[in-house]
Write a protein that binds this ligand. Sequence first.
Ligand code: ATP
Ligand code: MG
Length: 287
Amino acid sequence: MSESTHLVIKDLVVAPTSDPSKHILQGISLTVKPGEVHAIMGPNGSGKTTLSYALMGHPSYQIVSGSVLWKGEDLMEYSADQRARLGLFLAFQYPTSIPGLSVASFLRTAMNARRSGLVRDPEFDPSDPVKGGMTMGEFRKLVKEKLTQLKMDEAFMTRYLNDGFSGGEKKRLEMLQMALLKPEMAILDETDSGLDIDALRIVAEGVNTMLSPELGVLVITHYQRLLDYLKPQFVHVLARGRIVASGGADLAHRLEREGYAPILAENGINPTADEAATPTAAPAPSA
Ligand SMILES: Nc1ncnc2c1ncn2[C@@H]1O[C@H](COP(=O)(O)OP(=O)(O)OP(=O)(O)O)[C@@H](O)[C@H]1O
Ligand SMILES: [Mg+2]
């Protein structure tokens, strides 16, 4: 397999745009190949969300140095919108609500953008199946199938985007988007937070049905629970902006047993009380 299908992160240093001297990520290197599931675990404030935002091109973060290649191309050349069209997907830790925009029209617009690809083909017509688009009927059928899979009510479709949604409902909507957009690289940031055990299982099963040899997944989590379902082949521990340890599923089990303190100490970090907290603690309610 050539690197032209991979996500290749090299020595990535990232700072907030508002404070370029504050290096939140201090040299991250990571390669995700199609079909691989990587988990990133790490204490609060270690830089997990910053990594996912930097990969998606969030304007609040800037790349100080290092590089990210996606299918052999420099990802930094592309806007967040273009990155999504290129097949990257980010499920947000804290999804935004947009009163006035219905879930249905949001999803339809997003799907058409993804289908039309990076360079808008003037021939593309979102409502014409012959010209790459899909009919309303086709869209409804597809959505209905995915709603059933994620055990979501059809009434969601007419509601405003995330407006008044519970934490669990927001996470399911993120998974619905992923199912419809069919990304080639999915970054799931704390998709498990705010979910009770049943909802967690439904969401995890939803992700599992999307796994394929063409899809790379980067799943960010504090807790072993989600990984019991998703079974990553690779687990990385992020602390203070660096990957301090990498291993297989056994590494996640070790963190569950011991908390972060021993592994941080082994890597020369004297953990604060927050950093030492065991990753199996109950999830905080999502915002
Ligand atoms: N825009 C910003 N400006 C200044 N500091 C920031 C900004 N974004 C993040 N930080 C800081 O960078 C550090 C990493 O934040 P980040 O949200 O990436 O952590 P995290 O690992 O996702 O934490 P959590 O487990 O709580 O979700 C934190 O100390 C945070 O306060
Ligand atoms: Mg985070």
